[in-house]
Every structure is written in C-alpha cells, then in structure tokens.
Design a protein around this ligand. Structure first.
Ligand SMILES: *Cc1c(COP(=O)(O)O)cnc(C)c1O
Length: 361
C-alpha cells in the first residue's frame, strides 16, 4: 500500500491515524459486533458518541454555553437557504459581503427569501483582495451580515473578524474551520460542510447562538428549523452517522495534536513556506492574492502557460502529488493544505516545484 500526498480541495485528506482507527473498528464498533454504520442513531452507543463529539468540538473552539451545536446533512450550500429562512425574520433584509465564488452563490440563494444588500465586493479587484471594513455599506435594518472567511477557489482569507456592531455575524467557515482558534462569541452563526477540514462529506456543522433560533419561516421544511434540530439533538431525522463518527475521531485527533493553537502554528508555517516558494520563483509561479489576505488553507498559483501547467500536473501526479488542479472557474493550480495534510506533503510539493522550475528555467 502507498499513500499519495493529497492536496484535494474537498472532499479532502483525512488524518491517517483516524483512517486506521476506522479500519480497525469497522466490523465491530465498541464490542457491538456491528459497524457504527449499521446501528440506530438512537442507540445508547451512538448517543454517547454524539454527546462526546459535541463536548470535544466545544473544547476545541471554546464554544460558549449559549450556542447550540448542530450536526446536520445537506452540505454547506443547504445553509445558504437555512440561514435566511431562520434568521431573516420579519425584516427580510440581510447584508452579504462578496469575496468570490462561494459568497456569490450564498447571495444568489438568499435573494430568493429577502432583500440582499451586497455591502462590499471584491469583484473589481478580481477577487484578489478583501474590501477594507471601512468601505462596507451595511444596511442598519439587516437581520444579519454574512461573509465567507475563506474563499476556497481563489484562496482569499480574512485574517480578522469584521466588526458589525450588534447585527449578528454569520460565517461560512467550510474551508477554514478548525484551522486556528476562533472567538465564537463574535458570531451569531458559524457553519461548515465537513468535507474540507472536519471529516467525510455528508455532515454539516452549525454553531448558532440559541437566541437567534426559534423564528424559522413557517413554510420552511421542518428539518430546516435550527430550534427544532437543536431540541432534537440534531436527530429530527436520521443523522449522518458514519461521517459524524469519523468527524468525532478527527476532533479527538486535533485535541491530541495540542488543540487549535498548535494546529494554527503548523498551518501558518506550512502556508508561509509554500508562498515563499511561489514568490521566490522569479515569476515562474505566481499568486495574485494580496499578501494580507492569503489563505492558510487553499493556495492557488499559475504557471506561465497552459501547456506548462498540464505538464506540471501530469508529472506531479506521477510522483504521488494529487489534487493540485485548480477549480475550473479559476484555472491554474491549487494546493489545499488543510489540517490533515502533513507538513511533509508541503515540503515534498515545494521540492517538486523547485525541481520542475529548474528543469524548465
Ligand atoms: C466547499 C464549499 C461550499 C460548498 O459545500 P457543499 O457542502 O458542497 O454544499 C460552500 N462554501 C465554501 C466556503 C466551501 O469551501
């Protein structure tokens, strides 16, 4: 067996010790004589996993008591609908900040339910920078402000939390959650699809201040109601048990690594060396993102021609470096270096990039 170095944007790499544990207990989980996939989500064994995983996530992110944590299905994009349906309430107005692909899709969906004010956009700058906070035009009557802390396609990341006064701040953290500590109390709601930095696809984590729930639009699907899901322990219907279970193992793994402060140190180090390789390449590789908003998680870069990019990708794959092709909307390369991508993978990629450059320079 040989494992590749996997830079996939999502679904993405998982920690090897987690995969090994999954493998070892696949046929017989906790002495039940069946796998975790084959038992009731309401069994006492699964309920204890659910409880422990929530406690671990609370510890990792220091989530205050007044926040509910939900383990839902439907992916991050279902939250593009659930957020407005739950939070717009009678005002039916919301602010959105547009920093790229995922912000735009969130905006399009929210427009189905209410009046969306695009408070700021990075479009004019080709989404290579984040509009400064003092340029945002917020609607004083908005029910919430939505933004995307890390735009996964281009690799544009907020390294600051926007101050939006008393209006609840909502964040799509799909590709940055658990990469560093977060001050949860600055947010009304945080959501993230699991398949980037949490676990397998199929699970979506929502962290919501409880006082913002309980006012879901009456005609919304009942499973969309945050309060209903919170009161049901995220089991208003069958929970995504397998991805929840793997995610719970990832939370444990993160705690074993020393928690998010330690993880953040590693992530910063990994991304810094990769940017240094790109910036030091005398234009052979280029990344156009403004230095103060370069992502720690998704690092995009171009070579000087499409032919060279194809060759770069093909040779990378032949050497066991996979998932480097950029999103079709952006082109070029993208190295996604989430928590589970080891520093050794980044070092190997850098060696490969340097070697490729010198053999084509
Ligand atoms: C991947 C991603 C999504 C889409 O997630 P789905 O789970 O496929 O709906 C949304 N937002 C961001 C920031 C993402 O990275």
């Amino acid at each position: 067996m040989s494992r590749v170095f996997n830079f996939s944007a999502g679904p993405a790499a998982l920690p090897v010790p987690v995969l090994e544990q999954v493998q070892s207990e696949l046929l017989d989980w906790r002495g039940i004589g069946a796998s975790v996939m084959e038992i009731s989500h309401r069994s006492k064994e699964f309920l204890s996993l659910a409880e422990q995983s929530e406690a671990d996530l609370r510890t990792l992110l220091a989530v205050p008591d007044e926040y509910s944590i939900l383990f839902l299905q439907g992916g991050a994009q279902m939250q593009f609908s659930m957020v407005p349906l739950n939070l717009l309430n009678e005002k039916l107005r919301a602010d959105y900040v547009d920093t790229g692909h995922w912000s735009r899709l969130a905006i399009e969906e929210a427009k189905r339910y209410g009046r969306v004010n695009v408070a700021a956009t990075g479009a004019d700058a080709g989404y290579t920078a984040i509009p400064a906070r003092d340029s945002w035009r917020l609607d004083p009557a908005a029910s919430y402000v939505h933004y995307t802390p890390n735009e996964t396609l281009t690799g544009v990341e907020f390294h600051w939390v926007p101050d939006v006064g008393a209006t609840p701040l909502v964040a799509d953290m799909s590709s940055t959650i658990l990469s560093r500590p977060v001050e949860v109390s600055r947010y009304g709601l945080i959501y993230a699809g699991a398949q980037k930095n949490i676990g397998p696809a199929g699970l979506t984590v929502v962290i919501v201040r409880r006082d913002l729930t309980g006012r879901c639009a009456p005609n919304a699907p009942k499973l969309f109601d945050y309060r209903r899901q919170a009161d049901a322990g995220s089991m208003a219907n069958t929970a995504p048990t397998f991805s929840w279970y793997v995610s719970a193992l990832v939370f444990r793994w993160l705690l074993d690594q020393g928690g998010l402060e330690e993880i953040a140190r590693v992530n910063q180090r990994k991304s810094t060396k990769l940017y240094r390789c790109i910036d030091g390449s005398e234009g052979f590789y280029s990344n156009r993102v403004a230095p103060d908003c370069r992502s720690w998680m998704n690092i995009s870069f171009h070579l000087t021609s499409p032919e060279l990019e194809s060759e770069f990708l093909a040779r990378a794959e032949a050497q066991g470096l996979i998932g480097l092709k950029g999103h079709r909307a952006v082109g070029g390369m993208r190295a996604s270096i989430y928590n589970a991508v080891p520093e050794q993978a980044v070092d190997t990629l850098i060696d490969y990039m340097n070697h490729f450059r010198h053999s084509h320079g």
